[in-house]
Design a binder for this molecule. Structure first.
Ligand code: SAM
Length: 234
């Protein structure tokens, strides 16, 4: 036991040396993150063009290539904060007559995006699918999931968590999409998506993986894009 007033050097079972090492690692990680943000052309472009996130350019690229959004379309955005994808979807479905609809949910609150109905909701909640269905009030033409749980740094765990969210989103998509609709979800490179892919191949006419230019080359992130939903009654 240490003398009164003197630091024991141990807290929560970790030595002072370990704590200092962890704090240094964290501070280095945040310095590197900041440096990367400052040097990132997509961050600068998002700021210039009024997008909430650099992620907006991933969706813009996918839509420019695969024509996902139709004027008047009804879109669900899962894991929407801070709102870049919602901005893109709203602008594109409402482009002609202003008739489209975008509903968005996230664990975190976000500033409202013009033309988007947003609610704070954990998609893992049992009532989330019914809650979102009630928000939209009918079938959707597209379900997008950019959901990502906070990274643990443990590759296998992060992978399982992200695929679990994508699987949940795919179940929801197959329940709410109108025939011909699309589904896009973030996944990570490196396996264990087998079941998800098999399921999507059964329910959609076309399934592909997409790595948009705005998705960082050193990140394992990529998107699974399924188009041409075959419908529920088969
Ligand atoms: C990469 S960000 C999305 C960025 C967004 N697409 C954009 O363009 O601004 C991932 C989001 O997923 C959300 N998320 C993670 N797990 C979730 C869950 N279970 N339910 C709802 N949102 C979730 C996080 O809170 C986070 O805001």
């Amino acid at each position: 036991m240490s003398a009164p007033g003197k630091q024991s050097g141990r807290e929560g079972g970790r030595s002072l040396k370990t704590r200092v090492k962890t704090a240094r690692k964290r501070s280095l990680a945040s310095t590197l993150w900041l440096e990367r943000q400052l040097n990132d052309p997509y961050v600068a472009r998002a700021k210039r063009e009024g997008y909430r996130s650099r992620a907006a350019y991933k969706l813009i690229e996918m839509d420019d290539r695969y024509r996902l959004f139709k004027p008047g379309g009804r879109i669900v955005d899962l894991g929407a904060a801070p709102g870049g994808w919602s901005q893109v979807a709203a602008a594109r479905v409402k482009a002609k007559e202003g008739k489209g609809r975008v509903v968005a949910v996230d664990l975190l609150d976000m500033e409202l995006v013009a033309g988007v109905d947003f609610a704070v909701k954990d998609f893992n909640d049992e009532d989330a699918p019914e809650f979102i269905k009630a928000m939209l009030g009918g079938e959707a033409d597209g379900v997008m999931s950019d959901m990502a749980a906070n990274a643990t740094g443990h590759r296998a765990t992060d992978h399982l968590r992200i695929v679990a969210l994508a699987e949940l989103a795919a179940d929801f998509a197959c329940d709410i999409l109108a025939p011909g609709g699309f589904f896009v979800a973030k996944v990570l490179q490196g396996g264990t998506e087998g079941q998800l892919l098999a399921r999507l191949k059964r329910d959609f006419a076309s399934v592909r993986h997409v790595k948009p230019a705005a998705s960082r080359a050193d990140s394992a992130e990529l998107y699974v894009l399924a188009t041409g939903f075959r419908g529920r009654l088969r």
